[in-house]
Write a protein that binds this ligand. Structure first.
Ligand SMILES: Nc1ncnc2c1ncn2[C@@H]1O[C@H](COP(=O)(O)OP(=O)(O)OP(=O)(O)O)[C@@H](O)[C@H]1O
Length: 652
């Protein structure tokens, strides 16, 4: 059913790779050679449909068409198999193109159906989908409508469960822009399916794997909102945040009795009738204990985890088992597939008892389509939703591009020298964050290229921020050098504390994080990969909210690199990227040199252990000449500082 295709040089001539384009204005000029035998489905090239599979598929579709619920008919009336072959594009790290996977592409009618349901009131759509009442109630309190990717995915899974009795089960690949609601796109069908098929005893039926602890924590919180007494579902978290034994207890009712009598007692509280069995197990060698306990019951139905911690539990937690797994979600799949920590995927597949009942979800805004990378996932009939190409875009050159940006995102650039960058940044911040505003909160995320530069820039900005009369505590740093709980606390503050206005970070925060009120993303250091640019920009303009992304380009060289990167985006050609004037974005009359000297002192004091890296600086570190700096400016003063002689406001 699912094959990984190989490129056969004798079979088809390898077409030219797209030629590099120097600027965003020349994106339309190259159309790919178009073979008549190719049909184009949304975003996927289709070559030579395989008749035997197609006929089989047609028979299944015919039989289904007789039985399925009328409300869902539009979703399958065009369920043709489409085969993809992207050998006319050279795959590389940054441009993963389908090269032979047989994917079931989202068809026009499925897409139209999803779009149609995403325009209806949520309750009406959810009722039509026959979703579990507890989900409808909770969703309705939060959202007005489903997003298209959610409607599509719910239709796929719920429809297959109800109408097809799982005959046509496919794995699901979702690639859609950042902030388009992909978490609930897999979350809702999974929650519905688990809750509507309760088990007599709790079993771990869903595993959600994410590449970072921060992301796993975020997804765990999303699921927690829906796991309560009404759904009778429990979700667990395994990311190494808490101590391992505590995590073991939370996940399984069984623990290694040899190691810890305390835990044995704890377990007996759960199952007092098991005393004899427990003692018997206690006397056996460790391996026997493991196997005796391996089928014991789980404390959770859903587990959100990072790969390393998952493998730890598979190795060291008796009673922790994936044998009953029904759903495996690989979120930020391209990242996880690139980093095959501890062979976690093989370990998962080894542990699953019934592979036929395991359905996989692959999710990312920048999904890999390289079959070599997808192969370890053993996808079955993978069905693909490409949210980057969900408009009626007939431009083939555009279809070859990989990613799209949220519609509500405005992009702009400023060219400057390396020395000017801090002052340009300061000018931008002053323009975006006027001292007194009645407007809604606006958080700015500033991305740098490394943990080190994140720290230096944070300190420098704190110093500069005081020179214009602002509080240094408004500028905070998110660093992967900080411990997990500290990072979680900081993210919570950023979501709750309106006094935090600027968050400086490296790419640890670029993927998936859903932070409230992020109105602007500034690429202080421009990323070298299109993927990274997409994910970073995606921290703003989420869920249809407006947002802007500004790139600081160091001279012409970096400008060329930037446009080169951007041409890989789906909507690169027709989106306007504003070029801001440097003259209008340079702060003058701030004691910049003094701030640089102060920065040296601060970093030295940190090296000497006099101040901790995340501690707020004492008064003594701020430049002496900036008496005005620490005074809270009046509305008049702040107006002067942002639009007067110090800073020129943006008028382009
Ligand atoms: N139907 C909906 N209506 C309005 N907001 C929604 C809806 N579904 C999800 N959201 C909100 O949209 C935001 C983005 O959702 P989510 O984090 O799932 O995006 P994503 O597509 O996974 O983004 P990324 O690619 O950056 O990980 C969240 O704040 C979520 O609460």
């Amino acid at each position: 059913m699912f094959q990984v295709g190989r490129y056969d040089p004798n079979k088809r001539e390898r077409p030219r790779a797209a030629e590099p384009k120097l600027s965003h204005t020349d994106n339309n000029d190259k159309k790919r050679p178009h073979d008549e035998s190719k049909k184009h489905a949304r975003g996927l090239r289709v070559i030579a449909p395989d008749e035997s599979v197609n006929n089989k598929r047609q028979r299944q579709v015919d039989s289904l068409a007789k039985n399925h619920a009328p409300v869902l008919s539009e979703a399958i009336d065009d369920l043709d198999l489409l085969f993809v072959d992207g050998d006319d594009v050279r795959p590389d790290e940054d441009q993963d193109i389908i090269t032979g996977h047989q994917l079931l592409s989202t068809t026009a009618s499925e897409l139209d159906s999803a779009l149609k349901w995403s325009k209806r009131p949520l309750k009406e759509a959810a009722t039509a989908f026959k979703m579990a009442p507890f989900l409808i109630e909770k969703l309705q309190a939060k959202y007005e409508r489903f997003f298209a990717v959610q409607a599509w995915s719910i239709l796929q899974v719920l429809w297959q469960f109800s109408a097809l009795q799982q005959q046509l089960e496919s794995d699901i690949c979702i690639t859609a822009p950042t902030g388009s609601g992909k978490t609930l796109a897999y979350g809702l069908p999974i929650l519905h399916s688990l809750a509507s098929r309760p088990r007599p005893k709790r079993q771990l039926r869903t595993l959600i794997v994410l590449p970072s602890r921060d992301l796993a924590q975020q997804v765990y919180q999303v699921f927690q909102d829906y796991c309560d007494t009404e759904s009778n579902l429990r979700v667990g978290l395994a990311i190494g945040q808490s101590n391992f034994k505590a995590e073991q207890i939370a996940l399984t009712v069984d623990v290694d009795a040899k190691e810890d009598m305390e835990m044995l007692r704890h377990r007996l509280q759960f199952e007092p009738g098991n005393l004899e069995l427990a003692l018997e197990i206690f006397r056996r060698p460790v391996e026997v204990k493991h196997s005796l306990l391996s089928s014991s019951k789980s404390n959770v139905d859903i587990l959100v985890c990072t790969p390393g911690r998952l493998v730890d539990h598979l190795d060291r937690t008796p009673g922790f088992s994936l044998q009953y797994l029904e759903f495996l979600v690989v979120d930020e799949a391209d990242r996880l597939l690139n980093q095959r920590y501890h062979n976690w995927m093989d370990r998962v597949f080894e542990s699953v008892e019934n592979h036929l009942q395991l359905r996989k979800f692959l999710v990312s805004a920048t999904m890999t389509r390289d079959p070599r990378k997808l192969a370890p996932l053993r996808l079955v009939n993978p069905k693909h939703f490409d949210g980057h190409n969900n408009t009626l875009n007939t431009d083939l050159a555009e279809k070859d591009k990989m990613y799209s940006m949220p519609d509500s995102l405005q992009e702009s650039t400023i060219e400057c020298t390396a020395e000017q960058k801090p002052l340009v940044l300061l000018a931008l911040l002053l323009e975006i964050l006027p001292a007194e505003t009645s407007k809604k909160r606006h958080l700015v995320i500033v991305f740098t290229s490394s943990v080190d530069s994140t720290h230096r820039l944070t300190r420098l900005l704190q110093l500069l921020w005081t020179t214009v009369g602002r509080s240094p505590s408004a500028v905070v740093e998110f660093s992967s050098a900080a411990k997990g709980p500290d990072r979680a606390k900081l993210l919570q503050h950023c979501n709750e504390d309106a006094s935090i206005q600027v968050l400086v970070c490296s790419d640890g925060l670029s993927r998936g994080m859903d932070i409230k009120d992020v109105g602007t993303v500034i690429h202080y250091d421009v990323p070298s990969l299109a993927k990274t640019y997409v994910h970073r920009c995606g921290r703003t303009a989420r869920a249809g909210q407006s947002g802007s992304a500004i790139s600081l380009l160091k001279g012409q060289g970096q400008a060329g690199q930037f446009w080169n990167l951007r041409r890989k985006l789906v909507q690169g050609a027709d989106r306007v990227v504003k070029n801001r004037s440097l003259q209008k974005h340079l702060v003058r009359n701030v004691p910049y040199q003094q701030c640089l000297s102060a920065l040296k002192e601060v970093l030295q004091a940190e090296d000497d252990g006099e101040i901790r890296p995340h501690e707020l600086l004492g008064e003594e570190y701020y430049p002496r000449s900036v008496g005005v700096a620490r005074a809270t400016p009046t509305a008049h003063q702040s107006e002067k500082s942002t639009s007067g002689s110090d800073v020129d406001s943006d008028s382009d």
